[in-house]
Ligand binder design. Structure first.
Ligand SMILES: [Zn+2]
Length: 192
């Protein structure tokens, strides 16, 4: 419902809710038979009249948006089959795209996205400059997660295991002296 209502005009929302109340909520079935005048009265708030043509127009819109299906008409009114929000394409599409958006933001857990970051950094540790392989490459949160750092592409840096262990949980500023010390020690060992 939270996803559907923003997509509807106030009129559409009012009629949709009215039909929903008189189908699923009241009778537990998807169908409701009602005349357009009845609907007009049903949604009318304190004397405000909703005209027959207005109701007809809005019902057509609701059908176009996949919220209802219009069935046959008899003398008791027209049959409206009401779709629940979760079954309305407008809503499922929106949820889908929201999920997708979240996925796109997560460069830490998605293997393909991780690779994108490694490629961007040319498989080189951002801190010590060591060339890395898929077997020993890691991702560092530049701003640590504990300080609100996100799994975003901008916040993730290609990192070697050693530097990541040192940097872990620290801001770059805090970690710099330790990183530098470790890098110098590694260099010294190499040149022995
Ligand atoms: Zn490193």
């Amino acid at each position: 419902m939270d996803y559907l209502l923003p997509e509807l005009t106030p009129y559409e929302a009012a009629i949709y809710i009215y039909l929903l109340r008189n189908s699923f909520v009241k009778n537990g079935v998807s169908g409701v038979r009602a005349g357009k005048r009845t609907i007009g009265c049903g949604i009318g708030s304190r004397g405000a009249k909703t005209s027959y043509t207005q109701v007809a127009k809005v019902l057509k819109k609701l059908e176009e948006k996949g919220c209802i299906k219009v069935g046959d008409t008899n003398r008791n009114g027209t049959l409206y089959i009401v779709s629940l929000p979760k079954d309305i394409p407008l809503v499922t599409g929106k949820i889908e795209s929201l999920l997708h958006q979240d996925m796109e933001e997560d460069y830490f857990n998605d293997p393909d996205k991780r690779r994108e970051v490694f490629e961007r950094d040319k498989w080189v540790c951002k801190y010590c400059g060591e060339k890395l392989l898929p077997e020993n490459v890691t991702l560092d949160h530049f701003t640590p997660q504990s300080k609100g750092g996100k799994h975003s592409k901008e916040n993730l840096k290609t990192c070697c295991l050693l530097c990541n262990g040192i940097k872990s949980g620290k801001t770059y500023e805090e970690a710099t002296p330790f990183l530098l010390k470790s890098i110098q020690e590694r260099r010294a060992r190499l040149h022995k």
